[in-house]
Design a protein around this ligand. Structure first.
Ligand code: TYD
Ligand code: MG
Length: 476
């Protein structure tokens, strides 16, 4: 009996909970005898060698030392994808010979995005080939019809067998090759069913080699598992040059494209799209779109100026506090971290004197944007207090600040840029950390801690007792 890791392919001497090679939990499985015969599980050292070797220069020929100053810069050779938001995430466009992996849940719009890019690049004169391994050519055509007229130089190949894919690709010699998806292509002569770890890894390696040899920019679509990683071995992410992730709520229209890894540029830019009846539209004013359905004056709602990449984005944070009969109250965060919500609730109780301890608490971010930024902490706290006391937070104000365990409100990066965006949308004021500099067009109330923020927003215990008639700070 032999064991191996499903993520990285390393061999393990016995069953262990955690792979010693890649550190993943629960990925070590018993290897079926037929796979063993074909020696698909390799010693860890070999796996590492493959990982390093996979990104070698064209044809893996021996390289010679060159003065760095004489090396051709990539910027010159980038090819625009014709989709502005995709170019933004790719720091300008596709680099010839590079391999990009696009991950995302089914139905988010991966095929649509790449088809749109292919149509635009073909129109701009590039030779492009789409390998549709999940759909027939007719299905691709059906989708393409929604995207407008089709250029002659866009070729489609409905094929799942890797040897044929590579043979056709070599013949066409495209500038850009898309394989949709990497989990559905397979080599019938190699072991494993399509989508299995070895098949996915081998297909990726073959396509990386093709990209480097031919100078073709290759884009691979990858399915994503429940926990958000791309299904298949982790080495896949090491082997490719760029890993993009496409995300969004299924029923919401907004889609976010992020770079998780990018060898040719920055990874902190995001692309914003909107799914429409005629493909993915590029979103110019995301803040306005996200706030469109907001109910002014609703309790438990606070707008927060977030930062996504270098872009400010206004999102609505909502909280709902409810009486429960359960012995353990629920704390449920949607689109941000549950642990963070539990911590903020504790701070609210201890430092803000707001008794949420034995109540159910739900918090969410509207529009499918995930909050990774702690600048939303103060917004979550104020939304919770607002729901508990049934007093609205002013709909023309925003709140911004990270909250520490001591209840202190801390500074956040690029505060001026965020507040300028709030002012642009028409917000009149903001509750902000103490150190915040003045920003044109928006009034600031600077607070030191959670208690001051609750007082400023008229959401403290005292305000609740005195009712809504107290005028207090002019937050209307
Ligand atoms: P798709 O690109 O097939 O998603 P993925 O490849 O990530 O699985 O498309 C996702 C959804 O988008 C699909 O349910 C249909 C819808 N859609 C539109 O709303 N408008 C369009 O123009 C197209 C092409 C698709
Ligand atoms: Mg698809």
């Amino acid at each position: 009996m032999r064991f191996g890791c499903e993520q990285c392919g390393a061999e393990a001497p016995k069953w262990v909970g955690r792979c010693a090679e890649c550190g993943e939990w629960g990925t070590v499985v018993e290897v079926p005898a037929e796979l063993l015969e074909a020696a698909t599980i390799r010693p860890a050292g070999l796996v590492e060698l493959e990982r390093r070797g996979a990104s070698h220069s064209p044809g893996n020929q021996a390289a010679t030392p060159t003065p760095l100053a004489e090396v051709e810069p990539v910027a010159a050779s980038r090819r625009s994808t014709g989709v502005g938001e995709l170019d933004r995430v790719l720091s300008g466009g596709l680099v010839p010979g590079s391999v990009t992996l696009l991950g995302g849940e089914p139905g988010v719009g991966k095929s649509t995005l790449l088809l749109q890019a292919l149509v635009a690049m073909a129109k701009a004169g590039a030779r492009v080939l789409l390998v549709a391994a999940e759909e027939s050519a007719a299905q691709v055509r059906l989708r393409a019809e929604r995207l407008g007229d089709l250029p002659e130089s866009l070729l489609v190949l409905s094929e799942t067998s890797m040897p044929y894919v590579l043979a056709h690709a070599a013949q066409v010699a495209p500038d850009v090759l898309v394989v949709d998806s990497i989990q559905t292509v397979h080599d019938p002569d190699a072991p494993g069913v399509p989508g299995s770890v070895t098949q996915v890894r081998d297909s990726t390696h073959a396509l990386v080699r093709f990209a480097k040899d031919q100078g073709t920019a290759v884009l691979l679509v990858g399915h994503v598992t429940k926990d958000g990683t791309i299904a298949g071995p982790r080495v896949l992410e090491h082997v490719v040059d760029t890993v993009l992730h496409f995300e969004g709520e299924r029923n919401g229209a907004l889609r976010l494209l992020r770079a998780l890894k990018h060898r040719f540029g920055r990874t902190d830019e995001i692309g914003l799209f909107e799914m429409t009846a005629s493909g993915l539209g590029e979103v110019e004013d995301a803040s306005a779109m996200l706030l469109a359905d907001r109910l002014p004056g609703a309790c438990g709602s606070v707008v927060v100026p977030m930062l996504e990449g270098s872009r400010p984005l206004l999102v609505e944070v909502q909280a709902l506090v409810a009486v429960t009969n359960a012995p353990v109250p629920r704390r449920q965060a949607q689109a941000f971290d549950n642990g963070r919500l539990a911590m903020l609730t504790a701070v609210l109780g201890k430092r803000g004197g707001v008794p949420v301890g034995m109540l159910d608490l739900y918090a969410s971010v509207v529009g499918g944007v995930r909050l990774a930024d702690t600048g939303a902490d103060l917004g979550v706290i104020l939304a919770t207090a607002s729901s508990l006391y049934d007093r609205p937070f002013s709909s023309s104000w925003v709140a911004l600040g990270e909250v520490g365990l001591g209840g202190e409100v801390r500074a956040v990066p690029r505060v001026a840029q965020r507040l300028a965006e709030a002012a642009r949308i028409g917000f009149a004021g903001a509750i902000v950390p103490q150190s915040t500099p003045a920003v044109d067009g928006i009034d600031l109330v600077r607070v030191v801690d959670v208690q001051e923020a609750l007082d400023a927003a008229r959401l403290s215990e005292l305000d609740r007792c005195y009712g809504k008639s107290e005028p207090g700070l002019q937050l209307v």
